[in-house]
Design a protein around this ligand. Structure first.
Ligand code: REL
Ligand code: ZN
Length: 422
């Protein structure tokens, strides 16, 4: 029956958020069939690039000295620097501890060698089952990049065998094509696509062949969407290769494949190149560029996330104007409880249940546990406030209505948007 008091309301909301299995629409994880590409274990947890950035602020080692260590020594150095010599309350540090604790390890022991020993008895394949169940995740979307030589070889060699595990679904990532045509056109040529060294919309052969490449690889991977990240100053429409490629090739291919295009906007790559993956920066993006893309391509669907806090309000408002825009996630530097809370609350207020609150961006399998644990807690808190405000109007809800909303947010909105069925 209908919920008649706030105590029960809160229990129903928390229960729904914690038990609804998640579809995690953007990760950097790999199915076991990807032979060694998938990262897992405590040494990889500790050498996540988020933690490397934090370590470099507190250690006398230069980044070169740090990078010359082997994985275990790096992990030990991070552990000593961030966990022993200081308290590990940053979000990335706390994440390691949440993960170990939820795996049943004793966090209070601070015993890195005991944690390593626990992992020694495991295989990746078995660990996948354990992590998916501990994290309450049913499906993750991988980031599959045909411009990465190791990945490309695997796709060419193993094909469908890479897509048989339904828990790991592919997406086709194309940053190199959009932003590094001058080098990457060679990859297309090697794969048998007759493209030229300079991308021009007037060069019909190159345009046709690039489309063919995208369609072939979208099919080969059975990709749920095509996607790329964009710098903050990305403008559209413009003469830039990225803008031209979108109009003439990428969105055409999305149409033929009937899949959305995912835009992750606002990253300035390598502001400190010596830090590698940890050297990327955030910048305020031009929401107008996304506005014009949505307006010009009403038949295409766009998943969009932005990295800068300053863009969040505009982006949520933009989604009210365009039903072909689906806002998703609190990306990377936004994935901290205080920011997830404010962003999620604002999205609830502007968009109701029609957005995707979070993705994990996990790079190490184990991280699914903490990323979803931390996000669920905040999402549940925000939803409690929203349903309590609703309750105060006199509106009464059945538990199944709350469960319906939560499964839209954590799971179904993604699949409906992929299929184009609102
Ligand atoms: O997909 C992306 O472009 C980013 O999420 C990554 O490049 C980034 O390094 C990732 O680890 C952030 O969470
Ligand atoms: Zn990512």
């Amino acid at each position: 029956g209908a919920i008649t008091d706030k105590e029960r309301l809160r229990r129903v909301v928390f229960g729904a958020v914690y038990k609804t299995p998640v579809t995690d629409m953007h990760t950097h994880l790999y199915a076991p069939a990807f032979e060694g590409l998938g990262l897992w274990g405590v040494d990889h947890l500790l050498t996540y690039h988020y933690l490397i950035a934090e370590t470099m602020r507190q250690t006398p080692l230069s980044h070169e000295e740090f990078q010359s260590l082997d994985r275990r020594a790096m992990a030990e150095h991070v552990w000593k620097t961030l966990f022993v010599d200081h308290s590990p309350y940053s979000e990335a540090c706390r994440g390691v501890l949440t993960t170990l604790g939820r795996l049943g390890l004793d966090v209070s022991s601070r015993d890195l060698s005991a944690y390593r020993k626990w992992y020694d008895g495991l295989t990746y394949r078995r660990f996948v089952d354990l992590v998916f169940s501990a994290a309450g995740v049913k499906t993750v979307v991988m980031t599959n990049d045909p411009f990465d030589p190791r990945e490309r070889e695997l796709w060419l060699k193993k094909g469908d065998a890479l897509t048989r595990d339904p828990r790991f679904r592919p997406s086709l990532r194309i940053d190199p094509l959009l932003f590094d045509w001058g080098n990457q056109y060679r990859v297309l040529r090697e794969l048998g696509y007759d493209v030229g060294p300079v991308f021009s919309a007037d060069d019909h052969r190159t345009v046709e062949e690039t489309r063919r490449f995208l369609i072939d690889w979208g099919r080969r991977m059975d990709a749920l969407y095509l996607g790329a990240s964009f710098p903050p100053d990305f403008d559209y429409p413009s003469d830039s290769p990225a803008s031209q490629l979108l109009d003439h090739c990428v969105l055409e291919a999305c149409g033929r494949l009937n899949v959305p295009f995912a835009m992750m906007v606002g990253v300035r790559r390598r502001v400190n190149p010596s830090l590698g993956l940890a050297g990327d920066m955030v910048g305020r993006a031009r929401v107008e560029a996304v506005e014009r893309i949505c307006a010009r391509h009403p038949a295409r669907r766009f998943f969009v996330t932005m990295l800068s806090r300053e863009n969040q309000h505009e982006l949520a408002v933009l989604a009210r104007k365009f039903r072909n825009l689906m806002v998703f996630g609190c990306w990377w530097f936004l994935n901290n409880p205080s920011l997830v809370e404010e962003i999620t609350e604002m999205r609830c207020e502007l968009l109701g249940t029609a957005f995707i609150p979070q993705h994990s961006d996990a790079r190490v399998l184990d991280q699914l546990i903490y990323k979803w644990d931390h996000s669920r807690r905040v999402i549940a808190r925000v939803l409690c406030r929203k349903y309590e405000d609703l309750f105060d109007t006199g509106w009464r809800m059945e538990p199944r209505e709350i469960e319906r909303d939560v499964s839209d947010l954590l799971d179904r909105n993604f699949w409906k948007f992929v299929k184009g069925s609102i």
